[in-house]
Design a protein around this ligand. Structure first.
Ligand code: SAH
Ligand code: SF4
Ligand code: F3S
Length: 479
């Protein structure tokens, strides 16, 4: 009897890809596959890929080189490229990477199990063909099944999700929309993910309810411009309404959403954020740059002043929200003055966390076609370093201000340091504390913050009633 087929799936890129990978896994498990411990142990190797920067793609190209070698030893191995690079490079993959069996774009995952099955059924025949080919040319590479599904497959969102297959028992992602309709000049995502499609509120609530019935207490909603949710479904379908609907699920305790676009942070949303206490107290609102000239060339649709005004709107209504941002340094034509404005914006807002990226031209985007990648790499690296330094100072100051406070921490698991567990606060900060009890995972525990590290906090777990009354005498809980 043949053994249970095993898959090895690796995800690159954003949270959407992580969620897509979970959906792919759930389909494969439902079809009788099991996860392999390593690539060598797998019958099927799937790479769920990202195109957002050249570096992300380079990692996958080199993996595919290694897999080509592997396939010479094991011609029956099935290799699949999924996600954004499948969409972006389908022709190249087909023409130049014959050892790739499957090329599946991000809107065609729904029947991935059947696609994998088809590829595997050809594997046995391929071994025979390869043995013949090697007689003639010892360096022959075995061909793939050549299955390419990109634009018109079955989307992962449209299938009934098996909520039991997920990496964390108490935390889950839920996709609320696919694609992106924004015109950002540097970005490949609208090409790889296609146009915006929102899922109806009822469908999202139903999925969230099933997750919560299965033990989830924290849900993170995903969309490339999540706060533009619903605009394709009619005027009254908005993120604010969706948040209110999800808030009604009794066992749900935390509700987050990423990523927001500054243009859609309006009064209605701000009021919802202020009024809904289950919503996590952070907003990921990428600014990208502080220079109005660069923002215009990026086609972001706002200015430094308008961005700050939106933040003020939020902070007036809900001062406890922390802000997170993404930044691109070295966009075509970015001068020292432009960069100084970026630092100024960072100083003005004081974010809790930032991701900084060096501009990477993406073929086919406006910035790559019309602009010149004229900021030298060492200048990009230097601006990157400076921005991170400013951010680290703000993070450290904000973390320091929390020393002595009690935070509610959702426990995620053992931390890298032995004898400690870690989890996240409502503002998404990582907290480590002494513990040695797997039963804590998924629980909400009060932790008194004793120390601020660069990117995280260290504290002591308190008895469970302490978070409700910070002033009361607190009992420390030893590991
Ligand atoms: N939809 C989200 C995230 C998009 S990709 C948003 O609009 O915010 C995540 C981040 O990658 C972006 O916020 C941007 O900072 C960065 N990014 C996108 N394209 C890039 C490029 N060509 N070069 C460098 N960074 C890029
Ligand atoms: Fe890319 Fe802009 Fe869409 Fe974000 S909003 S995914 S940066 S095009
Ligand atoms: Fe990358 Fe595609 Fe996400 S390009 S960032 S995996 S949408």
């Amino acid at each position: 009897m043949s053994r249970t087929p095993r898959y090895f799936l690796q995800s690159y890129g954003c949270q959407m890809n992580k969620l897509d990978s979970e959906l792919v896994e759930s389909r494969l498990v439902a079809s009788g596959y099991e996860r392999a411990g390593s690539e060598q142990d797998a019958d099927v190797v799937l790479l769920n890929t990202c195109s957002v920067r050249q570096h992300a793609e380079d990692r996958v190209w080199s993996r595919l080189g290694v897999l080509r070698q592997e396939k010479r030893q094991r011609p029956e191995l099935v290799v699949g490229v999924l996600g954004c690079m499948a969409q972006e490079h389908r022709r190249y993959l087909q023409a130049r990477m014959p050892h790739v069996d499957l090329v599946v774009g991000p809107s065609a995952f729904g029947d991935i199990d059947q696609q994998v099955e088809r590829a595997r059924s050809e594997a046995a025949a391929r071994r025979v063909a390869h043995e013949e080919a090697v007689q003639k040319d010892p360096r022959a590479t075995p061909g793939g099944a050549g299955i390419v599904t990109v634009d018109h497959g079955v989307s992962g969102d449209t299938i009934h999700r098996d909520v039991r297959v997920r990496p964390h028992r108490s935390q889950a992602y839920v996709s609320v929309m696919r694609g992106c309709n924004m015109p950002c000049a540097y970005c490949i995502v609208p090409t790889t993910r296609g146009a915006e499609i929102s899922r109806p509120i009822a469908q999202i609530v139903e999925e969230a309810q099933r997750l919560c019935d299965d033990g989830v207490t924290e849900i993170t909603l995903l969309g490339q411009t999540v706060n533009a949710y619903g605009r394709d479904l009619g005027r009254d379908v908005t993120l604010a309404r969706l948040l209110r609907a999800l808030h009604e699920i009794p066992s749900l305790r935390r509700l987050a959403f990423i990523t927001s676009h500054p243009n859609f942070l309006n009064r209605e949303l701000v009021d919802a954020l202020a009024g809904l206490d289950k919503v996590s107290r952070f907003l990921h609102l990428p600014a990208q740059s502080g220079s109005n000239r660069v923002l215009k060339a990026m086609r972001r649709g706002y200015t430094f002043e308008r961005y700050v005004a939106r933040i003020e709107l939020l902070r007036e209504a809900a001062p406890d929200y922390e802000l997170h941002s993404d930044w691109i340094v070295g966009f075509p034509g970015e001068t020292e003055e432009d960069f100084a404005k970026t630092i100024e914006l960072m100083e003005a807002v004081r974010f809790a966390q930032s991701y900084v990226f060096k501009y990477s031209p993406r073929p086919g985007t406006l910035a790559a076609e019309q602009g010149v990648d004229d900021v030298p790499d060492d200048v990009k690296a230097e601006r990157n370093r400076i921005l991170l330094e400013v951010q680290e100072r703000h993070t450290a100051e904000k973390n320091q201000a929390l020393v002595g406070q009690v935070e509610e921490v959702l426990v995620e698991g053992p931390s890298k340091v032995e004898g400690r567990y870690s989890g996240r606060t409502r503002q998404h900060r990582i907290v480590h504390f002494a513990a040695d009890d797997p039963a804590l995972i998924g629980r909400y525990v009060p932790v008194r913050i004793d120390e601020a590290l660069g990117h995280s906090l260290v504290g002591v777990r308190l008895a469970e009633n302490a978070a409700e009354d910070g002033a009361r005498a607190r009992t420390e809980v030893r590991a």
